[in-house]
Design a protein around this ligand. Sequence first.
Ligand code: PLP
Length: 410
Amino acid sequence: MFDPKAIRKDFPILARTVHGKPLVYLDNAATSQKPRQVIQTLVECYEMYNSNVHRGVHTLSMEATERYETARQKAADFIKSPAPEGVIFVRNTTEAINLVASAWATDNVGRGDEIVVSEMEHHSNLVPWQKVAAQKGAHLKLLPATDDGVIDVTALDTVITPRTKLVSVVHVSNVTGAVNPVKEIGRRAHQVGALFMLDGAQSVPHMPVDVQDLDCDFLAFSGHKMMAPPGIGVLYARLSVLEKMEPFLRGGEMVREVWYDHATWNDLPNKFEAGTPNFTDAVALGAAIDYLNALGMDAVRQHEVELGAYALKAFAQLEEVDVLGPKDARQRAGLVTFTAGDIHPHDLGTFLDHEGIAIRTGHHCVMPYHRKLGLVATGRASFYVYNTNDEVDLLVQSLKNALAYFAHAS
Ligand code: PLP
């Protein structure tokens, strides 16, 4: 049985207090907490076999290499990549998208071509494409969002055209929480011969994601949002696409042979992993994947849908609170972005912090979409496997307290 109260015991940080109150950690969309199993894996790495991978013939190096490549296989299996070579270890989602914007777009986007993203993209899936468009004389186009904060599929045929070379959209919005209709978007992209990329930063940690079923060419995600350390992430890419791409960074490990005036490239995935990789954190990502697999991703998703539904219902009781995104909890991830009357979200965040409650406030790196909605900032509570209905109750009670406090103060 899925038991968040039992799961909590694996996360040492959840036992701490903040301002004398038990920590209620509701900022999981920014980064997740780490279970003892992941922390222990890191300790074991440094205490037992720390050594450079792929380079040594000595025992430690071979052990480290074996664990690093096992982690790659685990990541591949987790997203149903047909081959481990389709998994490139990078620092995070941002680097994965930049890799594609640099290594793929350089040779595949030209003057007058189109790159399509959506209105609700995180800056990580917008700013790199602004540069490509400016450098290449290409057009950056936007898929609109519905009033419910979901990518509007009725616009697919007009926005995505035969000039479109790439469609890159967020799978789950970190602002509206919407689970976007990405299969339909991908179908339209492929219909016009474009490649299809998914920003999976908020989906891969929280629900089953199958790259074959979604039929995406690229998928980017970050380890730190799924119980692994920061500094490790994944770019999944279809092998036939990766094989034709030039390297991203150049240097050691990504080469086969080097002369003074030229070099040839290593096989996949090494061709895209120049220099010493972050193998310890990759191994810890493998441990995080083991942990999530033991819970079962269907159960993780179910828990978050239920918690989201519980939170939406409770928020609906608060007159001054407006929630962004779809009304139906099954169409969204376990995160709730909201405004609370006239209270500035930063004031609200500080108030809640004094109650021991950590939420995110600001524009969540999605400034243009906030601007479009006429908002400067919002508050966001985001859940994970260890969050409970009791914590949602505490949040709602503290919100009520804040609304009363600030009504008094003004
Ligand atoms: N995309 C989305 C939807 C996100 O929520 C985030 C992080 O908040 C990112 C991209 C960027 O992730 P990272 O900072 O790990 O690169």
